[in-house]
Ligand binder design. Sequence first.
Ligand SMILES: Cc1cc2nc3c(=O)[nH]c(=O)nc-3n(C[C@H](O)[C@H](O)[C@H](O)COP(=O)(O)OP(=O)(O)OC[C@H]3O[C@@H](n4cnc5c(N)ncnc54)[C@H](O)[C@@H]3O)c2cc1C
Length: 336
Amino acid sequence: MKTQISSLKEYNTFGIDVLANNFNKAQNEDEIFNFIKKNQNTPFILGGGSNILFKNNILKPILKIEIKGIEIIDENEDYVFISVGAGENWNDFVKWTLVKNYGGIENLSLIPGNVGSAPIQNIGAYGVELKDVFHSCRAISVKEKILKIFNKKQCNFTYRSSIFKEKLKNKYIISRVTFKLSKSNHVINSEYKPLKDLLQNRGNLNPTIQDISKLVIEIRTSKLPDPKKIGNCGSFFKNPIISSLKFKKLFKEYDTIPNYKISENKFKIPAAWLIEECGFKGKIEGNTGTHKKHALVIINKGGATGEEIYNFSQKIKKSVLKKFNILLEEEVNIFE
Ligand SMILES: Cc1cc2nc3c(=O)[nH]c(=O)nc-3n(C[C@H](O)[C@H](O)[C@H](O)COP(=O)(O)OP(=O)(O)OC[C@H]3O[C@@H](n4cnc5c(N)ncnc54)[C@H](O)[C@@H]3O)c2cc1C
């Protein structure tokens, strides 16, 4: 359904005021098919706009996915299989699972955006990733105009990525996602340090999934800016993964460098630490800058253009490359 809108300011959490002249919404799969039949060129697919930086006005046709519905499609003694419309708000779905006492996504509480976008970058937080609970998704090929079901293996999930962010970028439109959640004997993921520390402080040695969600919300609200108040897209860059050889070299020079060993030859380094070491934590330039509590979060102080935010992000990238010889990769999708 084509809608008359001009500014996309309300449709992206950076709050960038760009213009669009061909804005459409789909509330079911038929509407997606109708849209792609009329718009042969790769359209731009929009969810909640919480992982996008618009640099310019959008000349391409935009399709905002608004497919709703949460449906239990199968269950056994231990698990429930739930099919969720791509346009459902992610956090509303998390809350729904907690009321029903279904376990698996409590650590992903309060992540902005929609259910259909969650597989695109394999959303993750506090020791859990979407892939841990993903069963399958329905997606429509823009070119072939057919519906395909992707299972977990076919999605090639990796850290903050999937086949939909790489080989099949912009080629498929996800319409529904099916999750496999636990009904009882929930696996509690409380190993992530800030969560573990908070549980210990509160003397909670046997947390429920609802407790985990509450604490995750508490930690997130204490350190991440609310996009309704300060425009942002969460982490702007991914945490870089470097070889153990490179890590050893860096460690000689910077022995306080935080790190997570992810395999024999690979280490993950917090991008926030690298950025902070380059003097960018809380640094403001014009209408943009990094958040005072979190160097990885680039903010729109008000009235920033996409170009301004982009240029600032590239300045950070150059600085980290120069100091550490590490090339940061954007987590946010830059839209030219
Ligand atoms: C304050 C804040 C905190 C955040 N914290 C986290 C976090 O802890 N962990 C994390 O992983 N992310 C985090 N994010 C990033 C963001 O919330 C997620 O990436 C989220 O999944 C994006 O959803 P969205 O609906 O807003 O996607 P959008 O920004 O609308 O789109 C993102 C990308 O997916 C594509 N897309 C969207 N919907 C579809 C669809 N149905 N089919 C095909 N392609 C589609 C778009 O074209 C675009 O390329 C955070 C963001 C903010 C603002």
